[in-house]
Design a protein around this ligand. Structure first.
Ligand code: MF3
Ligand code: CO
Ligand code: CO
Length: 288
């Protein structure tokens, strides 16, 4: 099991890229260095919102399928296979596969990994937590969602971190309303996280999503008044707070140029939904 003597993760072996049936339409960035910069709108018609909801449903159900397999001993590579097979069985493309060179169909971020952990031969252990982040692309649009799972039974402080990170996402979603600035979201999340002295990661954010995986619209999870875009009915974006037990927002990156982990190696959790702004507030587009 790749952990060092202090119990910290070390990189495992990453297997070769999985194939996707040729009838499944690829996002434009696959096979290129990166995506074409997005110049379209973050506001969608109700017809396109229905398509994002369809992609979001596939992503959310894929996470459920992965979650049912999570137990001590399973590797994150085995979880990737389950997510990959679920997504392609629903005629969708796993958006992360080939995105800026990312090699897998989901992100699996264990314990001190904040986000973008790459599935490998790391076996999960009792008391670990693992975030599973899946984005599905179908009918020309992406739906992006993630869930942190507890493996077996975790310590009380870790279990509370997971539950409160889910609650932080819910509070962010409740702050959404047309006419408000997007900075209300991070203000709600950070003020809640601060009660428990959790750190709020700043350098990875929510984002506009739909026709593009990352549209360029940024949704911070901390109090950042300069992000003053006004929310409009039909606007689609993610909220995906990452909270740390150590209270710091500082991070390191592994040499794989993907895996982001807490600088103090404290445990961190994340939850994510894609949502659309409605007259009444927000509708989640990534419910299973
Ligand atoms: N799904 C992640 C997000 O929430 C992005 C993953 S990009 C990858 O924005 F390349 F790391 F997979
Ligand atoms: Co996202
Ligand atoms: Co995601």
């Amino acid at each position: 099991m790749p952990k060092d003597s202090a119990g910290h993760l070390i990189p495992g072996r990453v297997s070769s890229m999985r194939s996707v049936p040729s009838h499944i339409v690829r996002p434009e960035y696959v096979g290129k260095k990166g995506p074409t910069p997005y110049s379209g709108s973050d506001v969608y018609s109700s017809d396109r919102i229905a398509l994002i909801r369809e992609s979001g449903l596939i992503a959310a159900q894929a996470i459920e399928a992965v979650g049912q397999a999570i137990r001590p001993g399973i590797t994150t590579e085995e979880l990737d296979v389950i997510g990959h097979e679920f997504i392609i069985a629903h005629d969708a493309y796993p958006s992360t596969l080939g995105y800026r060179g990312y090699p897998k169909s989901l992100c699996s971020s264990v314990n001190e990994v904040i986000c973008h952990g790459i599935p490998d031969d790391t076996a999960l252990e009792d008391g670990d937590i693992v975030n599973i982040d899946i984005t599905a692309f179908k009918n020309g649009v992406h739906g992006d969602t993630n869930v942190t799972f507890v493996v077996g039974e975790a310590s009380e402080d870790v279990t509370l971190l997971v539950d409160r990170t889910r609650e932080a996402l819910n509070r962010g979603i409740k702050a959404v309303a047309p006419g408000r600035q997007v900075n209300v979201i991070g203000r709600a999340i950070e003020s809640y996280a601060k009660r428990f002295n959790y750190g709020v990661v700043r350098d990875y954010t929510g984002h506009g999503v739909g026709a593009a995986f990352h549209s360029g619209l940024i949704i911070p999870h901390y109090d950042a008044p300069q992000y003053n875009t006004v929310m409009e009915v039909g606007m689609v974006f993610t909220i995906e707070p990452m909270l740390t037990l150590g209270g710091s927002a500082d991070w390191d990156m592994w040499n794989d140029d993907w895996t982001v982990l807490t600088k103090d190696r404290s445990v961190t959790a994340q939850f994510e939904h894609t949502l659309v702004v409605t007259e009444r507030g927000a509708e989640i587009l990534t419910l299973p």
